[in-house]
Every structure is written in structure tokens, then in C-alpha cells.
Design a protein. Structure first.
Length: 272
């Protein structure tokens, strides 16, 4: 399955670095332990990251964490969404804001920014006809620190996320679920599918310091995937990680039981 993304973002993400690329000096400088389990990690691991042009943009520090530490942290403003998008009847709008700026008009979702025209999201018919599911939009919630509405995009090829700026109506496509830092400056997009590999397993970081989110870097992962993220402060986020070392011959249900889950704290470096 693939996420429903704009051609511009697909082109940008396609040029970003994989988990352990051999051709990118900045990314290959990361030690192999950066993709190991927390039990195998050193007290402080580093992961060099590069932008879409291969330029080094920073170093992430990864420290082992625990489920107990993760549980202490706030889950964030977005409600939990169904993970199975195969049955779209299980997906619905979260409670709409009471100010009337987000409205459901039949199958259309209408969002009204402070400036500019309303953003009207209309389902796109499936190319498979009656056998498929239409591309549909569901209101997920808001990220008030970044002034973004969050829309869940469901298709018969998978799911994606669309951000709509509450000030201007500008749209930003994400691969996965967003998580915003307490100060509203950084936004993480996390996407994990270590079992089937049908959707990308990816960690992306955006700067929301001024205006719409700006992609800083995006990293495809193979050894593990970020399943959930909770912020400790403005620069540190604890990730729940699912590891890919499962029996390749196991069915989906049995493979899900075999997934090893660990926790790691990621430290973001200051970005302009």
C-alpha cells in the first residue's frame, strides 16, 4: 500500500536517504548501532542525517528509554485513529471544532482558514470502480501549536495525512501521523509498517517555526520503524519502535505477535 501524496512531495522524499545508505557520506557516517535495539545501543548513539540534496543537516542523538518513561509523557492533542484502513466504515470525523471553521457537507470536508478561500476536500472515485474505496477525507483534529488542521486521507491503496494551515489554507502532505513539539517548532511524521512493508517505514522532521511546515529531512528505515512518539520537552521525543526481525513466513497475525517493541529517546539539534 502507498500513501496518497502530491507529486512534488513524492519527488522530494524519493531523493531522501534510506536507513543505511552506502552512497551518502553523511548518512553512512552513522554507526550500525543506530538501527539496533535499545538493549544493544550504547548510552548515546548518533545518527547523521542529510537533506534531499545529500547535504548534512544535523546529528540525532539516540538514547535508550523504557515503556515506563514513554507512558509518563503526554500522548498529544490528536485522538487515536483506526489503524486498519481496509474497512473505511471504521473511520469517521473526530468532533468538529465549535467555531464552525471545519464543516462536513455530505461527503465533502470544508475547512475555512483565516485568510483566503475555503479548502474543500472532495472524495476521488476509486480507479477500481465499485470494487474499490473512494479516496476520502476525515477530520482528525488540530495541532494548535503549529496552527494546523489534521486530515486523515484514506484510499484503497493505504492512508496518508494532510495538514491544512488554519491561517492561509496551505496544504502539506505527510507520510504518517504527525507529532508536534511543545513549543510548536518541530513536527515529526512517523510511519511504520515493518511487517508487510506495504507502506513506507519513515521518520521525517519538519520546522514549523515560521509559516507552513518545512521539511528538514526524511529518513526511510529498514531495521525498525517509529510506531508512536511522545515529547519530553521541546527538543527530546521518546519513540516507540517496532523491529523488523520477524519470521518472513509468518502470517500477518502471527508476525504482529512476534514484533519486538523498544523505546529510544531522540534529541533534535537546533535548526534554523
Amino acid at each position: 500500500m502507498k500513501s496518497y501524496l502530491s507529486p512534488a512531495l513524492l519527488l522530494l522524499l524519493a531523493s531522501c536517504q534510506p536507513d543505511t545508505p552506502a552512497s551518502n557520506p553523511a548518512a553512512s557516517a552513522a554507526p550500525a548501532s543506530a538501527s539496533t535495539t535499545a538493549a544493544q545501543a550504547s548510552p548515546t548513539d548518533t545518527l547523521h542525517v542529510a537533506d534531499s540534496l545529500g547535504r548534512q543537516v544535523g546529528v540525532l542523538r539516540l538514547r535508550p528509554s523504557t515503556a515506563a518513561e514513554f507512558a509518563k509523557l503526554p500522548a498529544g492533542p490528536l485522538p487515536t485513529r483506526p489503524t486498519d484502513q481496509e474497512n473505511q466504515s471504521t473511520v469517521s470525523d473526530a468532533p468538529l471544532p465549535t467555531d464552525g471553521r471545519v464543516q462536513r457537507q455530505g461527503e465533502q470536508l470544508v475547512l475555512r482558514p483565516a485568510q483566503g478561500p475555503a479548502v474543500t476536500l472532495t472524495p476521488v472515485p476509486s480507479p477500481d470502480g465499485p470494487e474499490g474505496n473512494d479516496n476520502a477525507y476525515y477530520y482528525w483534529g488540530t495541532l494548535p501549536q503549529a496552527h494546523q488542521w489534521v486530515v486523515d486521507v484514506a484510499t484503497d491503496e493505504g492512508s496518508g495525512v494532510l495538514l491544512v494551515d488554519q491561517r492561509t489554507g496551505r496544504r502539506t502532505n505527510l507520510l504518517g501521523a504527525p507529532s508536534i513539539s511543545p513549543d510548536g517548532r518541530y513536527l515529526l511524521s512517523i510511519c511504520e509498517d515493518v511487517i508487510s512493508g506495504g507502506t513506507p517505514t519513515n521518520l521525517s522532521v519538519y520546522n514549523c517555526g515560521s509559516g507552513a511546515p518545512k521539511l528538514l529531512w526524511s529518513r526511510d528505515l529498514t531495521a525498525w520503524g517509529p510506531r508512536a512518539a511522545r515529547w519530553r520537552d521541546a527538543r527530546h521525543v521518546v519513540l516507540q519502535r517496532a523491529h523488523a526481525d520477524v519470521d518472513p513466513n509468518a502470517d500477518v497475525a502471527r508476525a504482529a505477535e512476534q514484533v519486538k517493541v523498544t523505546y529510544v529517546e531522540l534529541e533534535l539539534t537546533e535548526q534554523p
